[in-house]
Write a protein that binds this ligand. Structure first.
Ligand code: UD1
Ligand code: CA
Length: 452
């Protein structure tokens, strides 16, 4: 099967420097959604994308992806757009036409559509309560499709037809060029309509297969930010429903955003306002509190992540307690039974089994053993303004509150660092280090008073 994706439109109403098809849905350009959906269908080669406005930006974005481009300098209609792609088709297999600004079409629908159509003409339609703006499907008494009439060319009677053209069609590859050559532009918009092919095919006595969409969102496009927002909400609701069907608990299916691939185990619960980006795995019995942002991460089973926690490119093993207000930055690996509390930032660090960093700390470029306790306000000073250095805290250490560990530095196992100490040299095993300035007490000291 050949695939042609029409994507030459400017999308003026998006009010953006980006061409329309690069506008994002769930953090992925609309055209990428369509390319991904098409990829699952065609055993054929590369899809041909018809570009015009912002052509360079589109090519740049998809650099490296197997896609062929046809340039349509002037937008003279959908048939004209398809004609630009013709020279790039390498065989006479059926041609599936898709739209770069219709991102919610699914691989499943396209597969069913292609199977139903075979080598005939295929038309994907839908019934709409309010069909305004769409091409209407014309059928004869026997119920066979005889043509499509555009809104602007339709009679009042035709406008009452509720079955509309989604725009997605399959045309036999050995007929496409011949029929395109017959399309004129004698219509209300002075455009070359791809929809005229249906009338031409029917007039030749060709059977037109139709598949009716159940979910109209699959064929909705976005011309402005408001429509894009509607698509986003429809998509997110669908993704949330899928989670619910899988047995994931959601506090509110309307208040979760998935911008990537979220995989959940059994008995996962997600509270309101959470955003998941990239590939995220939540294993069995993971609980996510409200307003967490989790990106490219694996959260091990029985772990609880409390409210307002950010996790980015990190891995968390089983039975951890994280947050509220914790931040795990890239390169963080937490072993089992770890506790990370409020206002704790961890970066490029390994934290061993059963260790705790419960309050107000920065742990960066650190290798921490197991059963370590880090007191409130502990800072690893990993940066001298030019280079980064690592801190090693071995098993069973107790780091007192308000401690600075100036890297590179190592604290040997089972050692204690007293509160308020700045550690600049390695600490051996099994000892206490403490740096205390002498406390001065002046009895009866008069506080300063304002001069009169
Ligand atoms: C088209 C269909 C209409 C259908 C509707 C569904 C035609 C003539 N009409 O109408 O029956 O109900 O889609 O949404 O096909 N494009 C180009 N080059 C062009 C013209 C269009 O690349 O010269 C692209 C646009 O960027 C857009 C798509 O094709 O992505 C559809 O074009 P548009 O002008 O929006 O068609 P409609 O009037 O909506
Ligand atoms: Ca349209």
């Amino acid at each position: 099967m050949n695939v042609i994706i029409l994507a030459a439109g400017k999308g003026k109403r998006m009010n953006s420097v980006l061409p329309k098809v690069l506008q994002k849905l769930a953090n992925k350009p609309m055209l990428e959604w369509v390319l991904d959906a098409a990829e699952g269908v065609s055993e054929a080669g590369e899809p041909v994308v018809v570009i015009g406005h912002g052509a360079e930006k589109v090519k740049e974005y998809f650099d490296g992806r197997p896609v062929k481009y046809a340039l349509q300098l002037e937008q003279k209609g959908t048939a004209h757009a398809v004609a630009q792609a013709l020279p790039l088709l390498e065989n006479k297999e059926p041609v599936l036409v898709l739209y770069g600004d219709g991102p919610l079409i699914t691989t499943e629908t396209l597969r069913n559509f292609a199977t139903l159509t075979g080598n005939e003409v295929g038309l994907l339609t839908m019934d709409l309560e309010n069909p305004t703006g769409y091409g209407r499907i014309l059928r004869n008494k026997a119920g066979d499709v005889v043509g499509i009439v555009e809104e602007k060319d339709a009679t009042d009677e035709q406008k009452t037809i509720k079955e509309v053209n989604t725009g997605i069609v399959i045309i036999p590859g050995d007929k496409l060029a011949e029929w395109l050559a017959k399309v004129g532009c004698n219509n209300a918009q002075g455009e070359y309509y791809l929809t005229d092919l249906i009338g031409l095919a029917a007039a030749e006595g060709q059977k037109i297969q139709t598949l009716k969409l159940d979910d109209h969102w699959e064929a909705e496009g976005a011309n402005d930010k408001s429509q894009l927002h509607n698509l986003e909400r429809a998509l997110q609701r669908k993704l949330a429903n899928r989670l619910l069907e899988q047995g994931v608990g959601l506090a509110d299916a309307e208040r979760i955003d998935i911008r990537g691939e979220l995989t959940c185990g059994k008995d996962v619960f997600i509270d309101v306002g959470c955003v998941f980006e990239g590939k995220v795995v939540l294993e069995d019995n993971v609980k996510i509190g409200p307003y967490c942002v989790i990106k490219e991460a694996v959260i091990g089973k029985d772990t609880t992540v409390e409210a307002f926690t950010h996790i980015d490119h990190a891995s968390v093993a089983t039975n951890n307690k994280i947050g509220p207000f914790a931040r795990l930055r890239p390169g963080t690996n937490l072993s089992d039974d770890v506790h990370i509390g409020n206002f704790v930032e961890i970066k490029k660090s390994n934290v061993g089994t059963g260790s705790k960093v419960n309050h107000l700390s920065y742990i960066g470029d650190t290798d921490m053993g197991s059963k370590v306790n880090i007191g409130a306000g502990t800072i690893t000073c990993n940066y001298d303004g030019v280079n980064k250095f690592r801190t090693v805290i071995e098993d069973d250490c107790f780091i007192g509150s308000d401690t600075q560990l100036v890297a590179p530095v190592r604290v040997g196992k089972h050692s204690t660092v007293g509160a308020g100490t700045t550690v600049t040299k390695d600490v051996p095993e099994d000892c206490l280090v403490v740096r205390r300035a002498k406390t001065i007490t002046i009895e009866g000291w008069p506080r300063p008073t304002k001069k009169s």
